[in-house]
Design a protein around this ligand. Structure first.
Ligand SMILES: [Zn+2]
Length: 339
């Protein structure tokens, strides 16, 4: 089992920084399924790993690429053959990795063309070349079309692994040419055991806030995002009461833009649940139940649905450069209309 996880933001075009035998223990079924196809020599030329953020699918893709390239015949990469050593040194010529230059940014056609040129070269080691495209939903139209041609006429001995959290944003023609493998959130006990191993404080709370995604929960805990979430909630409460907001730049600067939108959507969902189901409602933000229950008494359900729709729209535009302060001010004005 893996003891650390890689950052979500990767290099523009990089080689691997992998370590062997590091799959998460909730990914064994996917590993065994792929191993079976590999042994039967029926491995597809293109795979699509999909599932929520924070379940470890990119890490799995990297690990499995290492397994494909490994010169041993074990269930996972051996870590000490020549291929594994070269991968660990970041210099494997048959391993390619494409990712957006920054989180939320698109993957352009130039990067995909560069990838295709490299895929067309003969592999230098095991006979196979493996390419991973992270955040594949960020491929722009031209990049997606260029990739489609490669998927339709694959180069022999090349394996493409697309990783994405929002597969519906991919071209249907790209989806249909890949074998899709789902990476759902793991069983709660497995996730909690991972968080205990990572020495996460309040693992139950963070797992709940991360909707069951263990890596996301660990990242939120590491960044102490729970406290910043309370700053956002405090200001939503103040606005609902017609009181002036109070946020220092120090507070705001630390808060990731995407997290603000995710929390506000979850606050809305919790408020709607309280309004519909009363005190027994199952909430995401379990530690602020009382504050949410009080707020639910004064907000209007129609206004909540409207605010939620706006948040979803903003989330779709979250690759547009905005700063957290502007976004929050904008949201608080809209939020006021829910009362
Ligand atoms: Zn090896």
């Amino acid at each position: 089992m893996r003891s650390n996880h890689r950052s979500a933001t990767r290099l523009n075009f990089s080689s691997a920084t992998a370590t062997a035998n590091n799959m998460f223990n909730w990914q064994i079924a996917q590993r065994d399924y792929l191993n079976e196809m590999l042994r039967a020599d029926k491995f597809p030329h293109a795979l699509l790993f999909s599932g929520p953020d924070g379940t470890g699918k990119t890490a799995f893709a990297t690990e499995y690429a290492e397994k494909i390239l490994c010169q041993s015949d074990q269930d996972e990469a051996c870590g000490h053959c020549h291929s594994c050593e070269v991968l660990a040194a970041d210099t494997h010529p048959d391993y390619l990795n494409v990712a957006p230059a920054e989180e939320g940014k698109q993957i352009g056609v130039d990067l995909i063309r560069e990838l295709i040129v490299k895929l067309n070269k003969t592999s230098q080691f095991s006979g196979k070349t493996v390419a991973i495209i992270e955040n594949a939903e960020q491929l722009n139209r031209n990049a997606a079309n260029a990739l489609l041609k490669t998927l339709e006429e694959p180069t022999p001995n090349t394996i493409l692994i697309l990783v994405c959290s929002y597969p519906h944003r991919l071209l249907p023609t790209i989806r249909s040419r890949c074998l899709q493998l789902n990476f759902a959130t793991p069983d709660k006990q497995l996730a909690l055991s991972y968080l205990h191993q990572q020495a996460v404080k309040e693992p139950e709370l963070y797992l709940q806030l991360a909707h069951g995604s263990p890596l996301k929960a660990a990242m939120m805990a590491e960044d102490e995002l729970s406290e910043q979430r309370k700053v956002v909630l405090k200001n939503l409460i103040k606005t609902s009461r017609g009181q002036p907001i109070s946020m220092s730049m120090k507070d705001i600067d630390k808060i990731p833009l995407k997290a603000v939108l995710d929390w506000c959507i979850d606050f809305c969902d919790d408020l709607i649940r309280v309004k519909l189901q009363g005190a027994q409602a199952q909430l995401t933000h379990i530690d602020v139940r009382e504050a949410l229950s009080n707020m639910a008494q004064i907000c209007d359900i129609k206004g909540l649905y409207q605010f939620r729709d706006v948040l979803i729209e903003r989330k779709k535009q979250s690759n547009i450069a905005l700063n957290t302060q502007l976004l929050l001010e904008d949201l608080l004005i809209l939020w006021k209309q829910a009362f």
